[in-house]
Design a protein around this ligand. Sequence first.
Ligand SMILES: [Fe+2]
Length: 327
Amino acid sequence: MLSIDFDHRPQGVEPLATEPTFHPGRHLALEKPKEIISLTEFGYSAEEIAACPSDFAATDIFRILSDEGAACLYEVCKQLEAFTTSNPRIQRNMRGGVYRSKFLRDLCLSPDITAFISEICGVELLPHTIPHQMGHLNYAPDKIGDNVDKWHVDTLRYDYVMFVTDPKKNQGGAFQYYRGTKQEVAALHKSGKPLDPAKVVSPTMPGPGYAIMQQGNMVVHQAKGLTAPGERITMVNGYIPKDPHFPDFTRYDQLRFADPEEVVTAEYSRHIAIQGQRMLDDVFGKDGFSSNRYGYADRLEAVAAMLTGAAQQIRESDSETLEHFGD
Ligand SMILES: [Fe+2]
């Protein structure tokens, strides 16, 4: 079975010399969200929802880490802050931290969290198989008032956004999402009109270690800048549906804006290889010895089409812009 080898690191990436060890029993404090909002409530059509792995859109605030867990993650994030990079959407982010920090990696791969959020989302999930889509860290820009991240949808299916620092100590810095469709936001942005303020939701985060889970490709969201000096760090962890037949939402052309080309290309190719293998497992094991010859042919063709589509993305994706909906 293909899997990610985290000890096989991109060139120049070294593990942290010292860091805490992740202990799920002490560091997790999983508490279910009180509210789960559906894609229907966001205004998506039955047809659009049927194309998604589940009707889940977003949760209200829920807890992931204990106080001790949040303190350990903060310690790791302070060490990783030395490796932040910029892209056209985010001034200071740190990607690929799972290669440097075993704590971050173990947190992102935690089977306890994966099972917990799978239940919330109504679909069985797996940690993302692109390492740079795990444990993404955002740090507030140096200039007060600049947004941490612009309005956008994610180039992945499911993710949670968790505060590492205490949001109550800051002025501004809210995580916001838009309770409408991405098509609505795209049309408003194209015509230069503002978003409907009545649909902008700014959940109140009670402390570090609390998060929102979202179907990130369907929920338009942003991270506001601080309005006074302070420290704001958030972590985003990505997931994919366990069922490999849902189309993959990874955009190779978009990831090229965020990470070095050799890293994006290798990680994306491996991610596709793993998805292909999971699809092939289905071909191999599903029917035993069946006379359903067209069923076999369909499944083999589905694997071939998925691989060809990914190869085309790699060959032809030379986008000039990183897509977003502005500040
Ligand atoms: Fe996002």
